[in-house]
Design a protein around this ligand. Sequence first.
Ligand code: FES
Ligand code: FES
Length: 230
Amino acid sequence: MPVVGAQTRQEAAGEPGLGAGPTAAALLLTRRQFTAGSIAVATAAASGLSIHGVGHGVGCQPPDRPSTDATNADATLRLIVNGASVELGIDLRSSLLDVLREQLQLTGAKKGCDHGQCGACTVHVDGRRVASCLTLAVQADGREITTIEGLSPEDGPLHPMQQAFIDHDALQCGYCTPGQIMAAVACVREGNTGSVDQIREYMSGNLCRCGAYPGIVAAILQAAPEMEGT
Ligand code: FES
Ligand code: FES
């Protein structure tokens, strides 16, 4: 059974998902180059220098990224991920999101902003929702991680929240959906579904650029009573 919310519709169709893959990386680099070049030009204009004299700004390199190569590991991480024990070598600088996506190939959690502002990377650590892009992987050592892939059994029924998102068409592009569902499950378990306003407040850390908010709230209202006792 497909994992609801684990893939964007583009990814499901075999097309590259947003925010992932070489196209996005190339775009990011181009933006950096553009920004650096713009600053260089502005500096040159302000100081009266020739553009040729400050052109090195255009070629500046992106910052070093944490390695996902186990042979370069400088720490051993032990996790229980979706019920399975895993042990792997990590770069100490790695975020939990990068370890899940790049080393464990659990790409349901999405990298939207990588700055804790969008909620696309939401997973559960010991049952509590966290922005995995802001969580160092070493902070999760020995803990239990649940991602969208582990929310319902592979061969079993969907989780009530996944089904509710389908029932209320609570997505458009689907990019935010894994994070929305994980946050919504936590929101119910926290007891923060007493009213529409309360749901909106406690889901406000998860942004949806498609504006699927009415459907998301309706889905949570449907799933909340079905989740009692889970
Ligand atoms: Fe983590 Fe946006 S990717 S909050
Ligand atoms: Fe597109 Fe939420 S469904 S960002």
